[in-house]
Design a protein around this ligand. Structure first.
Ligand code: 7TS
Length: 399
């Protein structure tokens, strides 16, 4: 991988922040966008813009072709079929769609885990009013899931197991294939939150055994406002629509409506056409680099970061973890650490990372987090490490 060349494809990475070269270490929150994605979106608006699935005029046909072409690209990227791929706004919307449409009722159980992002906890909690109960798998000290908990918690009453493929805080990559087997053996379904895995490693929905899988375009070099829900076709066909309106129907009479086929049934109203087209371009860009290469590159970076960041407390020590390092400087709030790093042009996220139950489980209120992607290199980590050393030295002087 030629990181220097890749870096030059991202216009924003050449800007300065606080007079310093930007070091962007917040890709787990959202990734930067390469020129190819930006230009594709501009080209779409400048030359092809029209609504999809309706007009017979040239622009409408071109827009439909571009939108459906993007669906094919994204489906292919995770080894799904286009009609199993629903465009959503983001990973969060995909999870809410499943929560609202799968037909949960009294007595159903859902098993989540303590390492989940709020988006894989709150939509399930919202079903409590229907009499649904939720169980949570715990973590070990190294930040891996307690696999024994699945054996204990997943029962005949379990309708769905919801788990993240990769943790946005700990970096742990979970053995979802094994979890799929436990879920399926008990007659339950598996939903995989792949918001932090699809952008960073090869993902194959079939090999994994996922019944549903969600991800967001904006974390994988694509624009904001577009995401995907993969669902096994038979399941999607049995599910009622999420929202009603245009495009999700075959015919409407005042008394009744015949719904459209999957996946259109789940895409009510004018979709984010430019977003989908931009995501298609992002997938092309990533596929050209090769997802195995992306994964290997991030492994190298996270190993280097783990070695360098011995002077701070870090969270999540699973072997082969993803490109995320959450940490705290003793005596400082993570927001203060992030602000001090920002003065040096280094962008990291701080706070609870939308994972408050995990923070509680770790016995902390917040953490700073450096997260890596295709445009980061070892020099970025060296800069982070040097800045953290400066912060710690400054603290010693003040104390
Ligand atoms: N699941 C995981 C594992 C995530 O990390 C995130 C976003 C989401 C779901 C939700 O994605 P969205 O695009 O629907 O909002 N995670 C983060 C983060 O770690 N910092 O900012 C957003």
């Amino acid at each position: 991988m030629n990181v220097e060349k890749i870096k030059s494809d991202f216009p924003v990475l050449s800007r300065k922040v606080n007079g310093k070269e930007l070091v962007y270490l917040d890709s787990a929150a959202t990734s930067q966008k390469p020129r190819h994605v930006i230009n594709t979106i501009v080209d779409y608006y400048e030359n092809h813009n029209a609504n999809v699935h309706r007009g017979v005029h040239a622009l409408s046909e071109e827009a439909t072709e571009a939108y459906e072409g993007a669906r094919k690209k994204v489906a292919n990227f995770v080894n799904a079929k286009p009609d199993e791929m629903i465009f959503t706004r983001n990973a969060t919307e995909g999870i809410n769609l499943v929560a609202q449409c799968l037909g949960f009722g009294k007595g159903d159980e859902i098993i989540s885990s303590v390492m989940e992002h709020h988006s894989n906890i709150v939509p399930w909690q919202m079903l409590k009013s229907r009499g649904v109960t939720i169980g949570f798998v715990d973590i070990n000290d190294d930040g891996t899931l307690k696999m024994d908990d699945y054996e204990k918690l997943v029962t005949k009453k379990t309708k769905l197991v919801a788990v993240t493929h990769a943790s946005n805080v700990l970096g742990t990559i979970n053995d979802v294939k094994k979890i799929a087997k436990i879920a399926h053996d008990a007659g339950a379904l598996l939903l995989v939150d792949a918001a932090q895995s699809v952008p960073h490693m090869p993902v194959d929905v079939r090999d994994m055994g996922a019944d549903f899988l969600v991800f967001s375009g904006h974390k994988m070099l694509g624009p904001t406002g577009i995401g995907c829900l993969y669902g096994r076709r038979r399941l999607l066909e049995e599910m009622p629509p999420f929202m009603g309106g245009g495009d999700m129907i075959k015919s409407v009479e005042l008394e009744k409506t015949v719904y459209n086929d999957v996946p259109y049934r789940f895409e009510a109203g004018t979709p984010d056409i430019a977003g989908a087209v931009g995501l298609g371009a992002a997938v092309d860009y990533l596929a050209k680099i090769g997802m195995k290469n992306v994964r290997e590159h991030e492994k190298k970076l996270v190993n280097r970061a783990t070695k360098e960041l011995q002077m701070v407390e870090t969270y999540g020590h699973a072997g082969g973890k993803g490109g995320v390092v959450a940490f705290n400087v003793r005596g400082l709030h993570s927001h203060d650490v992030a602000s001090m790093l920002d003065e040096n042009g280094i962008a990291v996220r701080s706070g609870h990372h939308c994972a408050q139950p995990l923070m509680k489980r770790l016995g902390i209120i917040s953490a700073a987090r450096a997260s890596f992607y295709v445009y980061n290199d070892e020099e970025d980590i060296a800069k982070l490490s040097a800045s953290l050393k400066d912060i710690i030295n400054l603290l010693k002087k003040v104390a």
